[in-house]
Design a protein around this ligand. Sequence first.
Ligand code: C2E
Ligand code: MG
Ligand code: MG
Ligand code: MG
Length: 292
Amino acid sequence: QAKAAGRNTLRFFDPAMQLAANERAQLEADLRLALARGELVVHLQPQMDEDTRLCGAEALVRWQHPERGLLGPAHFIPLAEQTGLIVPLGRQVLQAACRQLAHWAGHAAAQGLAISVNVSARQFRHPGFVQDVLQVAAQAGAPLHRLKLELTETLLLGDVEDTVARMRQLREHGVSFSLDDFGTGYSSLGYLKRLPLSEIKIDQGFVRDVLTDPNDAAIVHTILALARSLDLQVVAEGVETEGQLQFLQRHGCGGFQGWLFGRPCAIAPFEAAYLPGLGGPARQHTQQPEIA
Ligand code: C2E
Ligand code: MG
Ligand code: MG
Ligand code: MG
């Protein structure tokens, strides 16, 4: 068998690695098709203000896979980043978010809501990124001052001058920026000050045990103090319990996102649950989709 497969090349090749490589190639081909067929869908998760009122939503991509069901981003975002498919994928997510913003702009009950879109470092660095965002938003008729882009600290590993220049160009058009998963990456405080951010998101890893782990409580406390002194908004991610919310509120956190308020769901059930005045389908208790 080894002979048939090619004597010198495959002898030392780990069959498990070969299998993984095949699966990866298949997944890449599938993902290309998925982009062309429109199988990627955007779900929305509510974001709350300091009074726990709805103030916006985060757009989170899912893949409605014809055989494997609804797949979460962990299954395909890393591959999309490696292959460059994150550029067209990210554009589709941005398109969906911008269409939603344009739709909400026409309704009094929804026109104040913002949408946050995750942007990968590779997508952000793509030469056409700034133009893409402006073009997609203009085509959709989206108010750019309601669009927030979530960046991660990996961007800080690249050319910071270039990062700041791109952010400034978009900010001139009203786009704002949030630093996602704050505390898990490489931020030096010096960089944090240089970036034209308006918000940081406390990673859910610090929120989870904030009531029981004094280290996490101290970190959350420090992040909130830092944000205050740099005049940044803060959103706590992964808020699941009333106790966590109370801790965060007591320490001056002004924004919340997590299962306590709602899991990510498709646009129609999101509007039915949070914006019943929009005249969509009647308010109903919707089953949250399970993602793999
Ligand atoms: P993220 O941007 O930090 O998004 C928050 C993640 O936490 C989401 O996972 C969300 O479903 C989950 N989450 C929210 N509230 C809770 C909670 O209370 N408890 C727990 N346990 N989890 C909660 P999801 O949707 O699986 O997304 C994972 C990551 O994939 C995102 O993390 C983001 O980094 C990436 N991602 C998602 N959509 C996109 C996209 O359109 N483009 C890019 N580049 N990345 C995306
Ligand atoms: Mg995010
Ligand atoms: Mg996050
Ligand atoms: Mg994350």
